[in-house]
Structure formats: C-alpha cells, structure tokens
Ligand binder design. Structure first.
Ligand SMILES: *[C@@H]1O[C@H](CO)[C@@H](O)[C@H](O)[C@H]1NC(C)=O
Ligand SMILES: *[C@@H]1O[C@H](CO)[C@@H](O)[C@H](O)[C@H]1NC(C)=O
Ligand SMILES: *[C@@H]1O[C@H](CO)[C@@H](O)[C@H](O)[C@H]1NC(C)=O
Ligand SMILES: *[C@@H]1O[C@H](CO)[C@@H](O)[C@H](O)[C@H]1NC(C)=O
Ligand SMILES: *[C@@H]1O[C@H](CO)[C@@H](O)[C@H](O)[C@H]1NC(C)=O
Ligand SMILES: *[C@@H]1O[C@H](CO)[C@@H](O)[C@H](O)[C@H]1NC(C)=O
Length: 459
C-alpha cells in the first residue's frame, strides 16, 4: 500500500511539475525563495488594498487581531529576507488602523476589542520601530509613539483589587464583553512584551519596572508555573481570585513571555532574567515539540479554531529573536526551529479545491506532525505559521532589534493614549457590516474551556 501511494505520488510529481516547496536549508537563497512562495500564498488572502475595501482588515472569518499579527510578521519577513514586495500594503494597513487616538483602537473595532486584540497591533508597531521600518510622515502617528500609547492604556487598565487576583489585565477592556472577568496570559503577555521592548528601545526605567511587575504577578498567580509553563488564565477574576487556573498550554502564551524576558535579559544582563529565560527555554521541548516538531497541544490532535490556527508562528518568531538577544539559548532554540522548519515546509504542498489563491501545490497545511501528507487545512494561520518558522532559518544573518540609541529612528510620545471611557462616548452605531472581533477566542468558547481543563491550584 505504502509503495502504491508512493508511486502515485511520484506520478503526480511527473505530471504536475508546479507545486510543493522544496527548500535547501543550507542555502539562504533557497530559504528566501521558499519563504517568498509561502508569503505569496499568505498575502493572497488579503483584500484590504482593493478599491472599496478597508486597509488592514482581513476578510471573514479572520478577526482583526490576526491582521495585526500578519502585518507584524510581514515587517519581520522584510527584515529577514530583504524582500520588500509587501511593505506598501503593510505600511498602509499599519497606518490606516491607528484610530482617532493613535492607539490601535479604531472606532470600528473598539466595542468588541480585547486587550490582546489591541496588543497584536502594538506588537506589530513595536516590530516596525525595532526593524527601522519606513517611518510615517512627521504629522502621522509614529511606530514607537503608537506602542507607547497602548502601554499607557494598559497601565490605566491594570487592576489591583485584592479580590481579583491582586493585579493583572483583564482579557476584555469593556464590562459588556464576554470574558471581562477572565484574566489571561496573552493579554498580560502583550503588556509585558511591549514593556520589555520599550524598556530596551528607549532605556526608560518606567517600562522595565512594569515588565518586572507583570512577570512577578504572572508567577504569583501561577499562570507561570514553577515548571516554567505558561498557563492560559483564570476564569472568574471576580469570584475565584485566580485560584482556578485554566491549564491549557498554548504556544503563543509561552512565546510572548520568553521573548519579553529575552529583552530584559539582554538589557539588564541580570541573573534573575537569565534564570527566567533559561527556564522558559528549557521547558519548550517537553511542552510544545514532538520529535523536534512544534505543535499546538490543547487543540492540534482534535480541532483548533481559526484563531488557534495562527499561534505557532508567533512562538517560532519569538524563539528566533530570543536566540539573538539571549545567545546562551541559541543552540537549543535553533535546533528545535530547524527540525520544525523542515517539517513545516513539507506540509506546503497542498492544492485544496477552494480557499487558497497562491500557486497550485503550495498551500501549507496546519499540522507539522503529518510529514509530507498535506493535512487538508488551509488559511491565513497556516501560511503565517509556515512563513514564520521557515524564515527563522535566516536568524543568524538578520539584524537584531535596533534601539533608539543604535539604529532605530522611530520617534516616540511618552504621553500617548486615551481613556477608555472617552471612547465609549464616541462609539458609533454598530452596524451589521462591522466585524464582531470579540477577542481572541482562546478555545471553543470560554465556558467550555473553563470546564474542560481547570487546574486547581493548591497552596
Ligand atoms: C494589493 O497588494 C498586492 C500585494 O502587494 C498586489 O499584488 C495587488 O496588486 C494590490 N492590489 C491593488 C488593487 O492595488
Ligand atoms: C471603518 O469602517 C468603514 C465602513 O466599512 C470604512 O470605510 C473605514 O475605512 C473603517 N475604518 C477603519 C479605520 O478601519
Ligand atoms: C487574591 O489573590 C491575590 C494574588 O494571589 C492575593 O494577593 C490576595 O490576597 C487574594 N485575595 C483574597 C481576598 O484572597
Ligand atoms: C544582546 O543582543 C545582542 C544582539 O543580538 C547580542 O550581540 C548581545 O550579545 C546580547 N547581550 C547579551 C548580554 O547576551
Ligand atoms: C533607519 O532609518 C533611518 C531613516 O530612514 C535611516 O537614516 C537610518 O540609517 C536607518 N538605520 C539603519 C540602522 O539602517
Ligand atoms: C518614561 O516613561 C514614562 C511612562 O510613559 C513617562 O511618564 C516618562 O516621562 C518617561 N521619561 C522620560 C525621561 O522620557
């Protein structure tokens, strides 16, 4: 049977010469060509630059956060490969979505925005600053200033009430959104990550103090465990005071803390941060890798939703940057990424009947544990993940993130941001045409997630 399948496979190769992404990972030009093919299939999903469409939005079923995540990855794509094919649409999208207060809370999104949704755009603007991406005209919002605005808003939203976990950001910004009582690692991870990066970029100690505080809080409520795993969050910030932790282990939660910690280590060179980076690095393999290949443990063996299908690429990019900023992790991290990149490229030989507009035979599947048998899945997340991990194979020749003292030219505004109440007052009528981007749906529904995997923390 095996050999019959193999012959059919060989025959189809003979008759369909176009397709499949065959990368020689010892050659930078081959890696770049492979990443370019995957990026091409990714950007084909984007319609925001068509006449009459809205720059920065992806079509259904993709929520607004994922567009921010995609443009952030495209900034890195340019920085790693030198291919500026998508810089124009990336620039346009990252500027169009800034909103009236220059803080990535555009009126169309505000009502349903979660801290993490806004956060993924902040991560993108921070990457633009660090990679010295094209600066907007002086009278337009600058990358650094945008990130600072969101940092300032996060500070206002930090919630220290003693009976709601003694700190932390809530998942949602507004009381009327589902998940307002959930305090979670990705929202606090976004805050931590930009605080750490702003600290290194600006050398302003306020940001470093916050990074320390957020990390310590995550540990205090055991969202970061003593085994250096990053748990998803706790469901009833209002009543259980973060004692009932949802133990789901998602790749992006781990990655966002590892990455931020690497910036803090790079800047401080302290033993404390070194220990944290080392701990979060050492726990990667056992948590997120099978035979050296990355997977998404909470859902990959059953079914990941659209949001969850876009998480693995973030861990890959953040691991790669960690290898740069904390060189003592380089060999461990690059080893894991290398086997993963090879497995991911093998999945990029799909020709789904619908839903993919890249070149035939180059659609990337979701599960990298499937070898070269395309798993039939296709979408923005699949392309984003594969592009991200493949381009990490260029890490050693890519620039390290710049700082304002060293190569970065983005200008800031330490006082940016606005109050959340003022936005509600200005919120426009919500029409059915608006996308309901009700937060990143971490798993199934919040309710199911809370009942399915609750870890009781005993002390
Ligand atoms: C939108 O951007 C893509 C990618 O750069 C490009 O191929 C396409 O022509 C653009 N569409 C329009 C209408 O400009
Ligand atoms: C908000 O939605 C309107 C109508 O769809 C669109 O014209 C506008 O460009 C959107 N604004 C932003 C910032 O996305
Ligand atoms: C709630 O949890 C926080 C953080 O663990 C703790 O400091 C605080 O004492 C707890 N409050 C109550 C009322 O148990
Ligand atoms: C900080 O990052 C830079 C850039 O990759 C690297 O050269 C340097 O060694 C790092 N610093 C420390 C203390 O590891
Ligand atoms: C960053 O961009 C500015 C403005 O375009 C440029 O002058 C500067 O040389 C760039 N820095 C690096 C390190 O390329
Ligand atoms: C440092 O950042 C804080 C927080 O945004 C700000 O209030 C302060 O003015 C900044 N300090 C300097 C010297 O820029």
């Amino acid at each position: 049977m095996q050999s019959v399948l193999r012959s059919v496979g060989l025959l189809s190769l003979l008759f369909c010469p176009i397709g499949a992404i065959d990368i020689d990972f010892s050659s930078d030009s081959s890696i770049k060509a492979g990443a370019a093919e995957i990026a091409y299939g990714l950007v084909k999903y984007y319609t925001g630059n068509n006449t009459g469409d809205t720059p920065g939005n992806l079509p259904d079923p993709y929520y607004w956060w994922e567009a921010g995540a995609m443009f952030g990855a495209l900034v890195d794509y340019w920085a790693y490969t030198g291919d500026d094919s998508y810089n124009k649409i990336t620039f346009q999208a990252l500027q169009h979505q800034v909103g009236d207060d220059a803080d990535y809370m555009p009126t169309n999104q505000t009502r349903s925005l979660g801290n993490d949704d806004q956060g993924f755009w902040a991560l993108a603007s921070m990457t633009a600053a660090e990679m010295n991406f094209t600066n907007p005209d002086a009278d337009q919002p600058q990358w650094l200033a945008l990130t600072q605005a969101i940092f300032n808003e996060y500070v206002q939203r930090w919630n220290e009430a003693a009976d709601t976990c003694g700190g932390g950001l809530r998942w949602q910004i507004y009381t009327f959104n589902n998940g307002y009582n959930y305090k979670n690692s990705i929202s606090n991870g976004c805050f931590f990550n930009i605080a750490a990066r702003l600290a290194r970029y600006t050398d302003n100690s306020t940001y470093a103090d916050w990074a320390e505080k957020i990390f310590a809080w995550e540990q205090s409520v055991k969202f970061i465990s003593s085994e250096w795993q990053v748990l998803d969050g706790a469901g009833n910030g209002g009543t259980d005071n973060c004692t009932e932790v949802n133990g789901a282990l998602f790749t992006y939660n781990h990655g966002i803390f590892l990455h931020g910690a690497a910036y803090m280590y790079n800047m401080t060179e302290s033993d404390t941060w070194k220990t944290r980076v080392q701990g979060l690095t050492d726990s990667l393999e056992g948590t997120f890798f099978q035979n050296g290949v990355m997977w998404e443990p909470p859902c990959e063996s059953s079914s990941c939703n659209t949001d969850q299908q876009a998480f693995k690429g973030h861990l890959a990019r953040w691991m790669a940057n960690t290898a740069k900023l904390a060189p003592f992790t380089h060999d461990t991290i690059m080893g894991l990424l290398k086997t993963t990149a090879a497995a991911a490229a093998q999945q990029c030989d799909g020709s789904p009947a619908s839903g993919f507009k890249g070149h035939a035979g180059t659609a990337c599947g979701f599960s990298w544990l499937q070898g070269s048998t395309y798993d039939g899945k296709t979408g923005v997340g699949e392309q984003l993940n594969a592009m991200s991990v493949v381009m990490t194979m260029l890490t050693d020749s890519a620039p390290a993130p710049y700082t304002s003292a060293n190569g970065g030219s983005s200008t800031g505004n330490a006082n940016g941001g606005a109050s959340d109440d003022s936005k509600i007052a200005h919120m426009k009528e919500i029409t059915t045409a608006d996308k309901a981007g009700a937060g990143i749906l971490t798993a199934l529904t919040l309710g199911a997630l809370l009942t399915s995997c609750v870890v009781m923390i005993k002390d």
